[in-house]
Design a protein around this ligand. Structure first.
Ligand SMILES: *[C@@H]1O[C@H](CO)[C@@H](O)[C@H](O)[C@H]1NC(C)=O
Length: 110
């Protein structure tokens, strides 16, 4: 039974490798592949907004919710997690018109 599973896994691995081998996976290669799909219709949407992530003010828009033991020894704050409710505005000025909010969790990983 173990041999059968191993052989089945091997076939699957070879099938997966063969299906991706030889395909140009660079950004240009993927775009070319995408544009050649028969049912493809090009639709372009450009969104332009300013995202304000305030972590140090009196009323921050993002707060720390978790950290790793090494977070504050790391120059990049590795392991830091924050929950955000950040305004998105039409201009760089944070007091300009708010057109949405970016809500969620982000972390530092580099
Ligand atoms: C992280 O720090 C806590 C408190 O000092 C300690 O109990 C824990 O073992 C540490 N975890 C790791 C993975 O070092």
């Amino acid at each position: 039974m173990e041999n059968f599973l191993f052989i089945a896994f091997l076939f699957l691995a070879v099938a997966v490798l063969r299906s991706t081998h030889g395909i140009d996976q660079s950004p240009k290669g993927v775009e070319k592949w995408f544009m050649e799909l028969p049912q493809e219709k090009v639709k372009l949407t450009k969104l332009h907004f300013y995202f304000h992530d305030t972590v140090t003010a009196k009323n921050p828009s993002a707060i720390q919710i978790a950290q790793a033991n090494i977070t504050f020894q790391s120059p990049t704050l590795f392991g830091l997690l924050r929950m955000m409710d950040n305004p998105m505005t039409i201009k760089p000025d944070p007091n300009s018109k708010i057109i949405g909010r970016a809500q969620g969790i982000y972390g530092s990983k580099i």
